[in-house]
Design a protein around this ligand. Structure first.
Ligand SMILES: CC(C)(COP(=O)(O)OP(=O)(O)OC[C@H]1O[C@@H](n2cnc3c(N)ncnc32)[C@H](O)[C@@H]1OP(=O)(O)O)[C@@H](O)C(=O)NCCC(=O)NCCS
Length: 168
């Protein structure tokens, strides 16, 4: 998994502490984290998607999905929806995401969800040490692919195959 916040091999204790911290951040308005479940298999977590306020004030998205479900467009829908929700709930001008340059699937997700490449920076992680990150950003004025689909076809976008059940 190419995410520095949910490393493979976390113990049950570490995971529970992580989830408690995310719940706390949700409660305090510092983050908006969701568990993803398939409508066809409710009650079974298959991934996570969320946004949090960074120390520098930017709103950053993070996400990961069960590899068995990759390539079906699920995370593109989830990322676009969370970005739309951030814009609906806050006054931020943009949302961003940082991606390792070789994470081509994640970069593609962001591009499909309306994000554009916006330089890069270096990140220090206890897991990976210091590494280069490619930054993507979606400005508020960029119309969501979901909204533009709605306008293009003049009808509601199809119902999504998953629920954002807010049970982090
Ligand atoms: C990144 C991730 C969330 C993608 O989820 P997903 O539901 O499979 O994404 P989608 O199906 O919506 O879109 C994936 C796109 O990337 C493309 N893609 C996937 N792997 C690719 C690769 N190695 N090279 C080029 N494109 C790739 C797919 O073809 C698809 O694009 P397309 O629709 O134009 O064909 C998932 O791989 C994941 O959880 N990875 C591990 C955690 C992670 O990397 N999180 C992001 C940290 S920044």
């Amino acid at each position: 998994m190419q995410t520095s916040t949910f490393p493979i091999g976390m113990s049950q204790v570490e995971l529970e502490a992580k989830i408690a911290a995310m719940r706390q951040a949700n409660t305090e308005g510092r983050s908006l984290g969701f568990v993803i479940e398939l409508k066809s298999a409710p009650g079974h977590a298959v991934g996570m998607v969320g946004a949090h306020v960074r120390e520098d004030g930017q709103v950053e998205l993070g996400y990961h999905l069960d590899p068995a479900l990759w390539g079906q467009g699920l995370m593109t829908e989830a990322v676009a929806m969370v970005a739309d929700t951030v814009f609906a709930l806050t006054r931020v001008d943009s949302v961003m995401a940082g991606v390792k340059p070789d994470n081509l699937g994640s970069r593609r997700v962001l591009e499909k969800a309306g994000f554009i490449a916006d330089g890069g920076y270096e990140h220090e992680s206890p897991l990976w040490g210091r590494y280069a990150v490619k930054r993507y950003r979606r400005p508020r004025e960029k119309i969501s692919p979901l909204v533009s689909a709605l306008e293009r076809f003049g009808r509601p976008v199809p119902e999504m195959a998953f629920d954002l059940c807010g049970r982090v």
